[in-house]
Design a binder for this molecule. Structure first.
Ligand code: ATP
Ligand code: MG
Length: 391
């Protein structure tokens, strides 16, 4: 059928026509924004999930909800190189500018920011900010971010607006900066100011300890989003086509649901190819079967190969050894055994893979897993495992 009319959305962060199975999170966020507008507080969310389950799409949906309530929103995707505090300071600067504050409020905000140590106003007027964290201790970063959030909150309140920071790939946040942001947010929340932050990332979000940890537990829930359940996966597959009066044959839908196993990225990719291959409605089991090799190829190039290319040969060998063990999670010690190396010798490689976001440490101590579903299958077809000599 017409590829121009294709209703599927395989692609990082591409909004699906049917955002299936995320009602609870959407509702929680709606309540959060509604309550902030009334000067009340509510828990926000740090969404955890593997690659391709729909974290970015969900943050984008939060963004739309917040904007529909006149909140200013700022979305950031962190990388291993980025600075969370600098990203937030930049957004705060944009928010303060966009609020078109009264002269009195402008003066008040500038006065509030004048004495900070790590964040400084760059000009004689306006809200240009420079961030310099070099040599700053955690206390200084925390108290400066607190004052910045308070200034943003009061400014937003004076305009009956609010501000939402959306932080994607939060697993890349520096632990110290993340703690500082959490503590600062705790303070604005105590003052019932309309500022909040929602985040998403791989299951291994930055570790929090001490006070920041208990603040975080009060400020956020940490829902895990995963593969869609049966009914939700069905909706994700069928609804986009149905909007154009295209149905699936029962056997075609069943095969597609079986193959995609509720994984959103697979549903979009297979749906797209089945649609393109079908000559007319309904989409048949044959269309779905024929689409599978195309979907595999597209997933390899869009999801898997880009990731494996980020790894060094040594890291690839490590991942291949994981895959040799079958389905995850994997005990790190067993991976080392597969490689015939002492655990301590391969642990730097394991850590590099964690830092690159290719694998993560599961909640069970000593276990790791791939951050992309079915990555083990991919590794097995991508390269062969060479039994190390000896043993
Ligand atoms: N709830 C959903 N229903 C249907 N399709 C979805 C849903 N959530 C996401 N998708 C689709 O799944 C794909 C992946 O979504 P998204 O990029 O948000 O995942 P992600 O978790 O952010 O992945 P990554 O960790 O790689 O950034 C996209 O093609 C998107 O259209
Ligand atoms: Mg994402």
């Amino acid at each position: 059928m017409d590829p121009i009319a294709n209703p599927y959305t395989p692609g990082a962060g591409s909004r699906p026509l049917e955002l299936a199975g995320r009602d609870a999170e959407l509702r929680q966020f709606e309540i959060l924004v509604g309550r902030l507008r009334r000067g009340a507080t509510e828990q926000s969310m740090v969404i955890k999930g593997l690659r391709g389950v729909g974290k970015t799409v969900l943050l984008n949906a939060f963004q739309d909800q917040a904007e529909s309530q006149e909140f200013l929103t700022y979305y950031h995707e962190l990388t291993p190189e980025s600075s969370l505090a600098a990203a937030i300071a930049r957004d705060a600067e944009r928010a303060l500018t966009r609020l078109s504050l009264s002269e009195r409020m402008t003066g008040k905000v500038r006065d509030g920011l004048a004495h900070l140590r790590t964040i400084s106003l760059t000009g004689p007027e306006g809200f240009g900010l420079a961030v310099d964290l070099s040599g700053a201790d955690e206390g200084a970063v925390t108290s400066d971010l607190t004052d910045l959030f308070l200034a943003v909150g009061e400014a937003a309140l004076s305009k009956e607006r609010g501000v939402v920071f959306l932080i994607d790939e939060v697993q890349f946040a520096d632990e110290v900066q993340f703690r500082a942001v959490v503590s600062a947010l705790h303070r604005v929340t105590q003052k019932s100011l309309p500022v909040t932050l929602a985040a998403a990332g791989l299951p291994q979000i930055p570790r929090l300890s001490g006070e920041a940890r208990s603040y975080a537990e009060r400020l956020f829930t940490f829902p895990t989003i995963a593969n869609l359940g049966e009914a939700e996966a069905r909706a994700a597959l069928l609804e986009p086509a149905r909007q154009q009066d295209v149905e699936y044959e029962a056997a075609g839908a069943a095969r597609a649901l079986e193959w995609t196993a509720g994984y959103p990225f697979y549903i979009q990719q297979l749906g797209k190819h089945a649609w393109n291959l079908a000559s007319h409605a309904p989409i048949t089991a044959v269309n779905v079967e024929d689409a599978i090799p195309y979907a595999v190829e597209a997933l390899d190039s869009s999801l898997y190969e880009v990731r494996v290319q980020r790894a060094t040969p040594t890291e690839r060998t490590y991942m291949r050894a994981m895959a040799e063990l079958g389905d995850g999670p994997y005990r790190s010690g067993e991976v080392a055994t597969k490689l015939r190396r002492p655990a301590t010798a391969v642990s730097p490689t394991r850590q590099d893979l964690v830092n690159k976001g290719l694998i993560y440490a599961t909640e069970d101590y000593g276990f790791i897993d791939f951050s992309v579903p079915r990555f083990d299958e991919f590794m097995r077809r991508y390269m062969s495992f060479e039994e190390p000599p000896g043993g």
